[in-house]
Structures are given as structure tokens and as C-alpha cells.
Design a binder for this molecule. Structure first.
Ligand SMILES: Cc1cc2nc3c(=O)[nH]c(=O)nc-3n(C[C@H](O)[C@H](O)[C@H](O)COP(=O)(O)OP(=O)(O)OC[C@H]3O[C@@H](n4cnc5c(N)ncnc54)[C@H](O)[C@@H]3O)c2cc1C
Length: 594
């Protein structure tokens, strides 16, 4: 059942699992764990249940969700690498979490990203080979709206066709598609065509897969929760409700048993305490999960003592190791009036909205770029020597150093689009950054935001890679395919030519693509707990505790060189099976001892 607040819950009801946060990971867990009718689950979500709001459903409205009721409205600290600028830091605040406000790119990450996770955790279950069945299990690839032949755009063999998350390639073609694809033929060494970036080897340029199907955003809530909400009697979902503290419910040997949660609502003094018989699973995302752990006494004791929080488990990695993907855009003026800039005209936009309302078609059904590219720095790039980085920080030869998203129009993040003109825009995203930031506590108030410091562009490798990537985009658009189309560069991008100008442009214009990860990193099971060894065992149980796991984007020790929603879904799919296996083993042990 769906409850609109904690007053509807009964303190006496026994739940096997309590899941904190109904975003990407929490939606998967709530669904998979309730597949067994005898297992009772409570999912607690701080935001509302309005995941079918039109702002969320229309793909093209993704850029309008910042600052709304669906966003936590966080901001960063002033960023030294970005001239002291403070950036908005979007996170989803609604059932479905950030999958309701994201830009819907559907990418699994590379073989090397996953194999590195397996190495770091010493757990082969995280290797590409092992997670590949989960990547397929979660997906339901559907044809695009225009029903064109997509055999050149996807390799159907690597896709899932029966999973809960519907996904597709762009709804229909736009004016720059042919030119982008021609460029991959004209400059195949640096920008090869990649028929399917979800095969484990994303390197190259290909068609954008996204969580858009039939013209509608496919959020975690729509995919995993809507189909079961009114059917499964063993699932309770409570929205508009925050978990404000994780509670110790006892001890097992010397270890604290953490099977309790305290629930409340902003502005209310009332709290409700509930207990899970098996586990509490924290899936509150890479900002709120470390905050909640620290508020509950699980974190770096030196940090906790500053706010007089009693340490229950001293876990120095909680809140550290924040990684994200920073980006800039470069826009070009074009000699064509048939670009998606037409959507900046209010009349056209309302016509398109009418079409979308009628049949979910029209320009508003498109993703934010029909092609995406995943590019590696050349082996002999001076970035490696000049930055002093030592070894290549990417996960390996299938992991990109930078990404580009190619859009048939203007996209900028420094104000409204130009009132006239036609454009082509390339996003330039760092995908294997070496900068590391953190999330720390500001106060003990669970409703107040924590301090978020992503430390963007604070290493020589990151700024030099950004410089190199911007030059890469200029090589891309100098291919013959763009002759007669691109007429020039636009805005401050145009002025950024010398090394110094490129660095200044990057520092003045970088924003985040919102992939925050890594703040409760997983390590090897049973390893000594010290900074850098991970806060979680390889099955994502919180070290030094009983009955507590973290399952969300916080867990990645290295941010995947990918958009992070699908990697998060994959993690949650695998861990659902690990949780089921643990429960089955516990049953067997109980049976044997009785
Ligand atoms: C603007 C934006 C654009 C993005 N674009 C893309 C993209 O194009 N492709 C892609 O793959 N990824 C994208 N991402 C990233 C992707 O959406 C996230 O990596 C993914 O959703 C992370 O999943 P999660 O489960 O860790 O957290 P979330 O999905 O953020 O879910 C966390 C949930 O926990 C809830 N919560 C938090 N604290 C509490 C509490 N104390 N009590 C109860 N509930 C709580 C939150 O309200 C939220 O619903 C984007 C993200 C944003 C914000």
C-alpha cells in the first residue's frame, strides 16, 4: 500500500526489510525483495509520490526540474577549481529519486569499470561477466517512436527485452545525425563509430540509448514500483517521510545491531520508531546516505566528535571520496534553420506540448542529444606526463577519459538561450576524473543539507584533460562533414583558444552532470578498517555492524565512466539476489539448529 505520511503506519507492524530512499536503488530493492510474498518490506521516501507529473514525464522538460519540489535544492561549497563559484547540486526528491529528474542517458559502464570494481573488492561477482546478466535483466529495449530500422544503432544481442526498465534509442532523427555519423567515417582514429555503447566497450560515437520509451520518461518508480504498488500486499511505501536516524537495536557479539529507524517529517516534532527483523538498507543517494550514517554515529569519529555525535562505528571512509563528472558545453553557429532551437519559440513549444499530450510524440520526446561519444586520450598524450598523474586513472582501455553528447541546437547552463540563431552544441564531460571531494555534516539537524564539496577541477589531470577534450571537439567539428553547416564558434567558447584561455573558460563555465558517487565506498570484505579501505564489505554490508547495508551510487570506489543510473540499477539488482541468498542461508541454519 502507498501511505502519504508516517501517521498512517503502525509501529507494531513487522517488516523484514526497511529501505531508506525510493530512488534508483531503492525502487529495485523494493520490487525484487517483495517477489517472495512472505517477505514484508517498507520503503520510506522523503519526497512525494508524484512521479507521473507532466514535468517529469516529458523528456524535453528534464532541464526544468532543477529548483522544483522534485529537487533537494542542494548547493556546493564555493569551488576553488571553479573560481570560487557555488553550483546548484540537483538530487531527486520524489519517489523514483534522481531517475525522475535526470537526463535519461542509459549507459552501463565499461567492462574495465566493472572489472576494476571486482578487483578493488576482491569479489568476482562485480566483474563485467558477472553483472552482464543483471544489466540485461533490468532492461526492456523497445523500438523508437518512428519505428525505423535500428540495426545500425544497437546490437540487439547485448540488450534485455523483458526487464522492467523500458529504454530506446532516439525517438526520431534530427538534422545533424548524418553529419555526426559521417564524421565517424572521416575521423575514425579519434572518433570511431560504435554501434552499441552498452556492449562493455563504449569507446567511440554512437546513438544515445535512454530511459525514454514511447515518448515518456521511464523512471525507477514507473518501472519498478508502479506495476506492483497496488498488487503486492507485502510492500508498504510511505512518502513525504524522512528517515532521520538509524538506531541501534542490540548487539551481536561486539557488533552493534542496526535494525532500527526513526521517521519524521520536516517541521514536525513527532517521530516514529520502526524495526526491521532482517535488515535496514540505506538507499538515500550519495549525498543523504553518508549524512544519515554520520548522524547515526557511523563515520569518521574525529568528524563526528566535532558535533558531539557519539561514535557507534568508526568508519573513516563515510563521506569521503566524492566523485562526479564535471562538464562544459561548446556551441557552434550553424547555417541551417531546421535545428531544435525552434523549441525556444514559445508558440512552437506549446504546439509541441499539445502533440506530446495527444500521442507522446513530437520534438519534446527526444533525448538531449541523439549521439554520445566516449573518447580516450591518445596513449602518448602529454596530459599523462604534464599532469604527473603516473598511471592512467581510467579503469582501462574500454573506459573513456572524456565524453561528448551532441545536440542539434543550443544548450548552455549560464542563463537563457540566445533569442535568435541556430546552433550545434557539444557537451564535453570528464569521465575519469582524479579530483576527490566530500560530504560532511554542518549540523545535527537531519533536515538541513550537509556540506557538499565536490572539489571539481582541483587536479592537474582534470584541468589538462578538459583542455585536451575541448580541443578534441574542435577537431571533431573540423571534419569535412561540417563544411557548409558550422559557420563559427559561439560565445565565450569562441574566445578560449590558448592553453590559459581554455583553462579559464573551463573554470568559469564548468558545471556538474550530476553523477555524484563514491561517498560510502565498498572495499574488501573483512579488511582492516582504515581510511581508503572502504566502509562496506563487498556485499555492501556496513563494516562493523549487523543488519545494515548501503545500496546506491555511494558505493562506487571509482565513479564508472558512464551515466550512473544504470550502474546503480545493476548494483541493486545484484544485491537483491545477495540479500535473498543471505535470508535463505539464515533459514537453513535455523532449521538445522532446531
Ligand atoms: C539532474 C540529473 C541528471 C542526471 N542525468 C543522468 C543521465 O542522463 N543518465 C544517468 O544514467 N544518470 C543521470 N543522473 C544520475 C542518476 O540519476 C543517479 O546516479 C541515480 O539516480 C542514483 O541513484 P541512487 O539510488 O543512488 O539515488 P537517487 O536516485 O537520488 O535516490 C535517492 C532517494 O532517497 C531519497 N531520500 C534521501 N534521503 C532520505 C531520507 N533521509 N529518508 C527517506 N528518503 C530519502 C531521495 O528523496 C531519493 O528519492 C542524473 C542525476 C541528476 C540529478
Amino acid at each position: 500500500a502507498l501511505f502519504q505520511g508516517p501517521s498512517h503506519l503502525s509501529a507494531n507492524k513487522a517488516y523484514d526489510y526497511i529501505i531508506v530512499g525510493g530512488g534508483a536503488a531503492g525502487s529495485v530493492l523494493a520490487n525484487r525483495l517483495t517477489e517472495n510474498r512472505d517477505v514484508h518490506v517498507l520503503l520510506v521516501e522523503a519526497g512525494s509520490s508524484n512521479f507521473e507529473d507532466i514535468l517529469i514525464e516529458v523528456p524535453n522538460f528534464a532541464g526544468r526540474l532543477a529548483g522544483t519540489q522534485f529537487d533537494w535544492n542542494f548547493t556546493t561549497t564555493p569551488q576553488p577549481g571553479l573560481e570560487g563559484r557555488v553550483l546548484p547540486f540537483e538530487r531527486g526528491h520524489v519517489l523514483g529519486g534522481s531517475t525522475c529528474i535526470n537526463f535519461m542517458a542509459f549507459t552501463r559502464g565499461s567492462r574495465d569499470d566493472w572489472d576494476r570494481l571486482a578487483n578493488v573488492t576482491n569479489d568476482k561477482g562485480w566483474s563485467w561477466e558477472s553483472i552482464f546478466p543483471y544489466a540485461k535483466k533490468l532492461e526492456h529495449l523497445v523500438p523508437p517512436i518512428d519505428r525505423r530500422d535500428i540495426s545500425d544503432e544497437v546490437d540487439i544481442r547485448v540488450h534485455g527485452l523483458h526487464g522492467p526498465v523500458h529504454a530506446s534509442v532516439p525517438a526520431f532523427l534530427v538534422s545533424t545525425d548524418d553529419r555526426v555519423i559521417s564524421t565517424t567515417q572521416q575521423l575514425p582514429d579519434e572518433f570511431p563509430f560504435n554501434r552499441d555503447m552498452n556492449s562493455g566497450d563504449p569507446i567511440g560515437i554512437g546513438w544515445t540509448p535512454s530511459t525514454i520509451a514511447g515518448g515518456v520518461r521511464q523512471s525507477g518508480a514507473l518501472s519498478y514500483l508502479k506495476p506492483i504498488l497496488s498488487i503486492r500486499q507485502n510492500l508498504d511505501v510511505v512518502v513525504n517521510t524522512h528517515v532521520t536516524k538509524l538506531l541501534q537495536t542490540g548487539s551481536v557479539g561486539k557488533l552493534p545491531e542496526m535494525r532500527g529507524v526513526q521517521l519524521s517529517q520536516p517541521g514536525s516534532k513527532k517521530t516514529l520508531t520502526l524495526r526491521a527483523t532482517k535488515e535496514v538498507i540505506v538507499s538515500a543517494g550519495a549525498v543523504k546516505t553518508p549524512q544519515l550514517l554520520m548522524l547515526s554515529g557511523i563515520g569518521d569519529s574525529a568528524e563526528l566528535s566535532k558535533l558531539n555525535i557519539k561514535t557507534i562505528v568508526d568508519l573513516p571512509d563515510v563521506g569521503k571520496n566524492l566523485q562526479d563528472h564535471p562538464f562544459v558545453t561548446g556551441s557552434f553557429t550553424v547555417n541551417n534553420t531546421n535545428t531544435l532551437d525552434v523549441l525556444n519559440n514559445a508558440t512552437v513549444e506549446s504546439q509541441q506540448l499539445a502533440i506530446w499530450k495527444k500521442n507522446h510524440g513530437g520534438l519534446l520526446a527526444l533525448p538531449s542529444g541523439n549521439q554520445v561519444g566516449w573518447i580516450r586520450l591518445p596513449k602518448n598524450s602529454s596530459v599523462f606526463s604534464e599532469s604527473g598523474v603516473g598511471t592512467d586513472p581510467s579503469a582501462g582501455p574500454t573506459s573513456a577519459h572524456w565524453e561528448t553528447i551532441l545536440f542539434d541546437g543550443f544548450i548552455g547552463f549560464g542563463g537563457p538561450p540566445p533569442s535568435t540563431g541556430n546552433f550545434f552544441t557539444a557537451f564535453i564531460v570528464l569521465t575519469s576524473p582524479t579530483s576527490r571531494g566530500n560530504v560532511t555534516l554542518n549540523t545535527t539537524d537531519p533536515f538541513a543539507p550537509p556540506i557538499i564539496n565536490p572539489s571539481y577541477l582541483t587536479t592537474p589531470f582534470d584541468i589538462l584533460t578538459m583542455r585536451s577534450a575541448i580541443r578534441g571537439i574542435r577537431r571533431f567539428t573540423s571534419a569535412p562533414a561540417w563544411d557548409g553547416w558550422i559557420t563559427g564558434e559561439f560565445g565565450p567558447f569562441k574566445q578560449a583558444q590558448s592553453d590559459e584561455q581554455l583553462d579559464a573558460f573551463a573554470r568559469a563555465n564548468t558545471v556538474t552532470i550530476n553523477h555524484v558517487s563514491g561517498t560510502v565506498r565498498v572495499g574488501k570484505s573483512g579488511s582492516v578498517v582504515e581510511e581508503g579501505t572502504g566502509a562496506l564489505d563487498s556485499d555492501l554490508k556496513v563494516k562493523g555492524t549487523v543488519g545494515l547495508r548501503v545500496v546506491d551510487a555511494s558505493i562506487f570506489p571509482f565513479i564508472p565512466a558512464a551515466h550512473t543510473q544504470v550502474p546503480t540499477y545493476i548494483v541493486a539488482e545484484r544485491v537483491s539476489d545477495l540479500i535473498k541468498a543471505d535470508a535463505a542461508n539464515a533459514c537453513k541454519k535455523e532449521a538445522a539448529s532446531s
